[in-house]
Design a protein around this ligand. Sequence first.
Ligand SMILES: Nc1ncnc2c1ncn2[C@@H]1O[C@H](COP(=O)(O)OP(=O)(O)OP(=O)(O)O)[C@@H](O)[C@H]1O
Ligand SMILES: [Mg+2]
Length: 299
Amino acid sequence: MNKKLDCLVAGETNVDLMIGASVSLEPGKEKLADDIRLVLGGSSSITAFNLAALGTKVGFVGVIGCDAFGDFIEQRLASAGIDLKGLRRDKTSRTGITVWFDEKGRRSGITYPGTIPLLRAQDISPGQLKLARHLHVGHYFLLTHLHPEAPDLFARAKRMGLTTSLDCNYDPSEKWNSRIEQVLRHTDIFFPNEQEALLLTGSRSVEAAARALGKLAHIVAVKLGAKGVFVFHDGNSFHVPARKVRVVDTTGAGDSFNAGFLSQFLRGASVRVATNAGLAAATRCVARVGGTAAFERKP
Ligand SMILES: Nc1ncnc2c1ncn2[C@@H]1O[C@H](COP(=O)(O)OP(=O)(O)OP(=O)(O)O)[C@@H](O)[C@H]1O
Ligand SMILES: [Mg+2]
């Protein structure tokens, strides 16, 4: 059946304010910065943006506030041609923001969560799921309002014939649970990074972690930063090294990997071809500041 959307991405979105400086912050003092950029942040929205830029028909379901940062997010996602019927404005919270301070390549950040954890399963209507071939949820551990409902959401998507994928990202509570095991039982592709895979499973090696996670999800792609990616699928595993590249900023590298992988997976490509497409997208991402700059449409 010819579905209206290739992929429905559901998850968190926020803005990233990126400040570059050659001086350190000191309590009680005002310093001058060298660079400042307001960019689209949020693991899920970066994956959605870059996936759309790679030619996939994408819908985004998420929550923003009734404020200028919410307007900015809506405008950025619309510029990529993303279907935004599922973007909800919450009247009582402000849009989430991370302020990144980069002092000569050493980065620190602070996040105001605001609307970031507010997504609920009811935001993803049966009608929307029916229109899509695939459901991707990003930064699972930040979506605390979704945790009680997430296993049922994924089971429902599978019953409706969709394929599913999940990126957990870091767990700020450091409990590494939040019903993720039940969600993974209904997940086709799981995209943790190395640290997350080890902490989730209590394993000592990436191979053991991927094997353990592979008992739940069909395909496990563990992102290894500068070392590339390790994939476990159907009892087999393979490692693909990262491409040599001048790294400017790794924000959104993992989210871009997800986008590249899904763009090929949804075209029916093999796991190996999809993995190479993930690496290509991640390589493209790290050459620019911010998670989506390398995927912007040329004016
Ligand atoms: N220093 C680097 N050099 C080359 N490639 C890199 C580097 N860091 C990241 N990448 C590329 O980005 C991919 C995913 O990055 P990473 O393993 O950092 O994911 P992640 O931790 O999930 O990222 P995110 O911070 O977006 O959540 C890697 O598989 C690799 O292809
Ligand atoms: Mg990640």
